[in-house]
Design a protein around this ligand. Structure first.
Ligand code: GCU
Length: 654
C-alpha cells in the first residue's frame, strides 16, 4: 500500500522538496517491486507525483511498458542503489529498502536528466554509515538556553513547554527533507541533559517512541542524549560508577525498555565530564569505562553509543599560560585508543576548540586508529552569524573532511559517523534565515559523500529550492559567504572575540579574562596564541608530520591559522605579503563591502524568488550589514589603539 506523503502545514516553506521537484518522475509510468514500509513510502511519493503530473504507477505487476523501474530485491537495511538507463527505461535497483528510498531522491535531484539517453549502471553507496543530526532541543524551556540551546530557528520541532508536540505531521515532513539529502539518524534532545530531559530515557520513553514513529517511514533512526548520572537521577542508586554491578544492571534494564518501545532505536549520545555534565571521572574511571558501560547495554540490540570528546577544563585561570584548551581532547582520549567497545563511537568536534569560523582540524582525527570516530560539525551557526548572517559552511566542512592526517585516509574517509548540530526548528522557513537551509542540505550530502564538491551540492540545493531563474544570483550570494564572514570577524584563526554568553556580535576582550580557555593575548606589540612545541603550549606537536612541522613555524603555518598557532608582532609579514595589522584592516573593510554586494545581488532577485522568502532574507541582510559594520569598526579600532599602527590607506578608524 502506498503511504501518503506527509502534508506540509500551512505557511511552512517546502525547502528543497517543492512539488515541482517531482515533475520528471510524476510524468512517467513507473513500476515498483518490493515490500515493506520504506517501499510503501517510495510508492506514496511516486503516486502523489503521478497524481499531480499525469503519470502512473503500478506495484509488483508483470512488466508492461514503463519508463522507470524501482526494484528492491532484498529485505536488508542496505543503503546502496544502482542506477542505469537502457532501451528507454531508467532502473533503480537496491538490495535493501533504504537503498530504494535514496535512489528515489537521487532521481528527484536528477530531474529530466534521469530520463535522457543511456546511462551505464552505477552503484551509489554512502561513504559514512551514520549520518546524524543532533538536536540541542530541550523538552522544558531552560531558564538560560530556552527551548533549543543555540537555536536560531524558533522553537523545537519535537517539544513544546515540557511535552512532546501533539501533532507530529511537521516532523514527518522534516523526516522526508532529511532523507532527501542523505541523513539517516536524529538525536531528539540536547547533549546537556537537564532534569526533565533525563526522564526521556525511562518514564517519558513513550514520547520518544512517537517521534521515532514519525521518522521511521523515511529511514531515519532515533537517538537519545542521556545523562551519565541516570542511575542516580532516575534509578535511585547511590552511584553511577561504570564498574559497579548494580549500575550495569540498571543500564541493561533501562535499555531493554527503550528497545521494547522503539525496536529500531539508534543509540545513546553522551556528553560526560564536560561543562558541568556528570561523568566517570567522579569515580576515578576512564572515559572508555564510561562509554563501554553504555555500549554493553546497547550491544544486544545493535545500538551504538556516541561518546563526545568535548572534554576540557572550563574553569581555567586566564593567568595560567600552560593550560591550553585546544590540547584537551587529544590529551584525554589518545591514551585510551583501543579501549573502546566495538559499538562505541567517539564523537569529535572537527576543530580542537568550539566551532569557530576558522580552526585547524582536530589532531585527534587520525591519532586513534583503534577507535571508531565520528566528526561533529555545527550547522546551527552559533559562532558564524546565528542564522541572521548568510554563511554557507559547505567549504569549511569540505576542507575539514578532505584534510589528510599523515598515513591515513582523509578525515571523511576515516569517520564512522558524521554529525551536525541541527539548525532547524519550528520557524516557517525551518532555519530562521531561509538561506541557512543550504547548510542543512549540504551537511547531509557531504555526510553521504565527504569527497563531493560542495559547490556542486550548493547548485543542487539552489536548483531544487529556487528553480533556474534566480540560480546565478543565489549562488553569488552564498558561494563565498563563509570567507566573507571570516573577513569581518576574528582574524587569522584567533577565534572568539564574541559577546560572552549568547556569542553574537563583537567583543574583542569578551572572553579574554574568562575561565573558558579562549584567549587572543593581544598587547601593544602583537597578537596570537603560541601553540608551538619550541616556545608555546606544545599543541602543534599533537599532529603527525608533516602537519606538526607545518604548524610549528610561522614561516610555514598557513596565513589563515597563523594566530591560532603563533603570537606574532603586528608587523609580521604574511605569505600574502601584507603585515598582520594591514591584513586585519583590509579584510575587515572587504568583508563589509562583500556583504553590501551580496545584499544588492539579493535585492535584484525580487522578481524571481518567492516573496516571503525574499522578504525574510532581505530583513536578515539589513541586520547582517549592521552587525558586520560593528565588527569592522570594533576590531579595527581596537587594533589601531593597541598597536598605534595607522591604516596604510588612511580609511576611517575610531
Ligand atoms: C558550545 C556551546 C554550548 C554547548 C557545547 C557543546 O560550548 O556554546 O551551548 O553545550 O558547545 O558542544 O557541548
Amino acid at each position: 500500500m502506498p503511504l501518503p506523503v506527509p502534508v506540509l502545514p500551512d505557511g511552512v516553506d517546502p525547502a528543497w522538496l517543492p512539488p515541482a521537484a517531482f515533475e520528471a518522475i510524476g510524468r512517467r509510468r513507473t513500476l515498483i517491486r518490493g515490500s515493506g514500509l520504506l517501499v510503501d513510502t517510495v510508492h506514496g511519493e511516486v503516486a502523489e507525483a503521478c497524481a499531480r503530473f499525469g503519470g502512473s504507477v503500478v506495484r509488483d505487476a508483470s512488466p508492461e511498458p514503463c519508463d522507470l523501474v524501482l526494484d528492491v530485491s532484498g529485505t536488508d537495511d542496505g543503503e546502496a542503489f544502482t542506477l542505469k538507463r537502457a532501451e528507454g527505461r531508467t532502473t533503480v535497483t537496491a538490495s535493501g529498502r533504504h537503498g530504494l528510498l535514496h535512489g528515489l531522491f537521487h532521481l528527484v535531484r536528477l530531474g529530466e536528466e534521469a530520463f535522457r539517453g543511456e546511462r551505464a549502471a552505477h552503484t551509489h553507496r554512502p561513504a559514512v554509515a551514520l549520518r546524524v543530526l543532533d538536536h540541542w532541543d530541550n523538552v522544558a524551556v531552560h531558564p538560560v538556553m530556552g527551548q533549543v540551546e543555540r537555536g536560531y530557528s524558533g522553537g523545537s520541532l519535537f517539544w513544546r513547554d515540557g511535552r512532546a508536540r501533539g501533532d507530529l505531521e511537521r516532523v514527518r515532513v522534516y523526516a522526508r527533507l532529511l532523507a532527501a539529502c542523505g541523513i539517516n539518524a536524529v538525536t531528539v534532545n540536547n547533549v546537556n541533559v537537564h532534569a526533565t530531559e533525563a526522564r526521556l530515557l525511562t518514564e517519558r520513553i513513550g514520547d520518544v517512541a512517537r517521534i521515532a514513529e514519525a521518522f521511521r517511514p523515511y529511514g531515519i533512526r532515533t537517538h537519545l542524549s542521556v545523562s551519565f548520572a541516570a542511575p542516580i537521577l532516575l534509578g535511585g542508586l547511590d552511584t553511577a560508577d561504570p564498574l559497579d554491578h548494580g549500575v550495569r544492571r540498571w543500564w541493561e534494564r533501562a535499555t531493554a525498555e527503550v528497545y521494547a518501545a522503539i525496536p529500531d532505536f539508534g543509540g545513546y549520545l553522551v556528553k560526560a565530564d564536560s561543562e558541568g555534565q556528570p561523568g566517570p571521572f567522579a569515580y576515578g574511571r576512564s572515559h572508555a569505562d564510561g562509554a563501554n558501560l553504555l555500549a554493553a547495554a546497547l550491544a544486544p540490540y545493535g545500538g551504538t553509543v556516541r561518546w563526545r570528546a568535548f572534554v576540557y577544563d572550563h574553569r581555567q585561570d586566564w593567568r595560567d599560560r600552560s593550560t591550553d584548551r585546544a590540547r584537551a581532547a587529544y590529551d584525554h582520549f589518545v591514551p585510551l585508543d583501543g579501549e573502546f567497545a566495538a559499538n562505541a563511537v567517539l564523537q569529535v568536534k572537527h576543530g580542537p576548540m568550539d566551532f569557530q569560523v576558522r580552526e585547524p582540524v582536530s589532531p585527534l582525527l587520525g591519532a586513534m586508529p583503534g577507535t571508531r570516530l565520528a566528526v561533529e560539525m555545527q550547522a546551527t551557526q552559533e559562532y558564524t552569524g546565528q542564522q541572521r548572517h548568510a554563511c554557507w559552511l559547505g567549504p569549511m566542512w569540505s576542507e575539514a573532511l578532505r584534510f589528510r592526517p599523515e598515513g591515513t585516509d582523509p578525515v571523511g574517509g576515516l569517520s564512522d559517523g558524521l554529525v551536525a548540530v541541527s539548525n532547524a526548528g519550528a520557524d516557517p522557513f525551518w532555519t530562521g534565515h531561509p538561506l541557512a537551509q543550504s547548510n542543512l542540505y549540504t551537511f547531509g550530502r557531504l555526510a553521504w559523500d565527504p569527497g563531493a564538491d560542495p559547490l556542486a551540492i550548493l547548485d543542487d540545493w539552489i536548483g531544487l529550492t529556487f528553480g533556474p531563474d534566480p540560480a546565478e544570483g543565489v549562488r553569488a550570494v552564498l558561494a563565498g559567504s563563509w570567507r566573507t564572514y571570516e573577513k569581518y570577524t576574528a582574524p587569522l584563526g584567533v577565534g572568539f572575540m564574541v559577546q560572552p554568553g549568547h556569542h553574537y556580535g563583537p567583543s574583542v576582550d569578551g572572553y579574554e579574562y574568562s575561565p573558558w580557555g579562549t584567549y587572543h593575548f593581544a598587547d601593544r606589540d602583537g597578537i596570537g596564541v603560541d601553540r608551538s612545541v619550541a616556545t608555546g603550549t606544545g599543541y602543534a606537536g599533537q599532529y603527525a608530520k608533516p602537519w606538526a612541522e607545518v604548524y610549528e613555524s610561522p614561516a610555514s603555518c598557513p596565513d589563515e591559522l597563523l594566530l591560532f598557532f603563533h603570537h606574532v608582532p603586528y608587523g609580521h609579514v604574511l605569505h600574502s605579503g601584507k603585515t598582520v595589522i594591514q591584513h586585519i584592516y583590509d579584510t575587515h573593510f572587504e568583508g563589509v563591502e562583500e556583504v553590501e554586494e551580496a545584499r544588492e545581488v539579493w535585492g535584484s532577485l525580487g522578481q524571481s524568488v518567492d516573496p516571503e522568502r525574499h522578504a525574510r532574507v532581505t530583513e536578515r541582510f539589513a541586520e547582517q550589514l549592521r552587525c558586520a559594520r560593528e565588527w569592522r569598526d570594533q576590531i579595527n579600532s581596537y587594533f589601531l589603539r593597541k598597536s598605534g599602527v595607522p591604516d596604510e590607506r588612511g580609511r576611517a578608524l575610531y
